[in-house]
Write a protein that binds this ligand. Structure first.
Ligand code: NDP
Length: 330
């Protein structure tokens, strides 16, 4: 590290709804935020075609447009948006001092406060047919996209709480939901399993995997493989939902911040405070339950308010120290 590092008041890592909302609030509070966007500027929503459930967009909005609007709003108040990845962090000063972050494996910067909004990435099966039809009927978010399949037949893959919750959500909107669980039991809680098995229009298939998603431009069907019998079966569907878990983007924070056993950052009580003073976490990186743009935005706002209060206390303590030193010197 060189001796003279750039010093930032508030560093925001990640450019999804949480990061931009944190930026809007931080900029308006004169925290002079600098945001590093990450590799996918705009985050998960830039891969979504239509967002119909973000308050304020009466006619819906497409994901990339919404993220550009958020960026403009954050920049209007003075946020500096920089394209780049934070590739390493140094939180060794745990006394409320200055934290360090490395940009693109090359330049280190210093920050008085940091807001982490690096999000989470949905896991996919990895089949070529699934990847080809992402955005053409293959989705990893039933709450975001389920509405487009109203009255239609869809399928969902996964046996955890997310899959169970999304299957029942879809069952309310769609005609029929075929649910593929790869093992002979579901990992979801008993209560969630009960909801699935007691919903009439969910066709639950154990020991079943996706063999191929059928369709060129849009999903038209699904070929399923029963692993026990080796039998293949084709059904007609228009939407396929993948609910096999998310991976929080927290690799660079491992062993530096307290996380749960699946890698989500743990925040203190109803705040966005991490276990390191001056470091806050907002959005999907600390939320595996709700994972919505609007909840991410809400916690982004909280993180900026938490950072503002933190910096105010640090600055007043520094002021007190200066006064005390002057008295002692006098
Ligand atoms: P989980 O990791 O709990 O479950 C993933 C599911 O996907 C498992 O059934 C797993 O099968 C299956 N799976 C994984 N890989 C594949 C694959 N390649 N092909 C087919 N199936 C696959 O993830 P969730 O997103 O469901 O939940 C994450 C966490 O969030 C959990 O702790 C959950 O309890 C929590 N949560 C809580 C909610 C609530 O309280 N309301 C709502 C949603 C989530 P297998 O079991 O065979 O490994």
């Amino acid at each position: 590290m060189s001796d003279k590092l750039e010093r930032i008041k508030t560093l925001i890592i990640g450019s999804g709804p949480a990061g931009y909302t944190a930026a809007i609030y931080a900029a308006r509070a004169d925290l002079k935020p600098v945001m590093y966007t990450g590799l996918e500027p705009g985050g998960q929503l830039t891969t979504t075609t239509e967002v119909d459930n973000f308050p304020g967009y009466a006619d819906g909005v497409d994901g990339p447009k919404m993220m550009m609007d958020l960026q403009k709003q954050a920049e209007r108040f003075g946020t500096e948006v920089r394209i780049g990845m934070i590739t390493e962090v140094d939180f060794s000063d745990k006394t409320g001092g200055i934290h360090k972050a490395c940009v693109d494996n090359s330049t280190w910067i210093e920050a008085e406060s940091i807001i982490i909004s690096t999000g989470a990435t949905a896991r996919y099966l990895g089949l070529p047919s699934e990847q080809r039809l992402r955005g053409g009927g293959v989705s990893a978010c039933a709450v975001c996209d389920g509405f487009f399949y109203k009255g239609q037949d869809v399928a969902i893959v996964g046996g955890g709480d997310t899959a169970a919750e999304e299957a029942t959500y879809l069952a309310n909107i769609c005609n029929k939901v075929t649910m593929l669980v790869r093992g002979d039991q579901m990992r979801a809680s008993k209560a969630m399993q009960h909801r699935v098995t007691s919903t009439k229009n969910i066709d639950l298939r154990y020991n079943t995997e996706v063999d191929e998603v059928i369709g060129e431009q849009v999903v038209e069907g699904l070929r399923m493989l029963n692993k026990e019998t080796g039998e293949k079966e084709q059904i007609e569907i228009t939407g396929l939902f993948i609910a096999i878990g998310h991976k929080p983007n927290t690799d660079i924070f491992k062993e530096k911040l307290t996380m749960d056993d699946t890698g989500y950052i743990i925040t203190e009580g109803k705040s966005t405070k991490t276990n390191v003073p001056g470091v806050f976490a907002s959005g999907d990186v600390q939320d595996k339950i709700y994972r919505q743009a609007v909840t991410a935005a809400g916690t982004g706002c909280m993180a900026a308010l938490d950072a503002e209060r933190y910096l105010a206390v640090v600055e007043s303590e520094e002021g007190e120290e200066v006064k005390t030193t002057k008295k002692v010197e006098a």
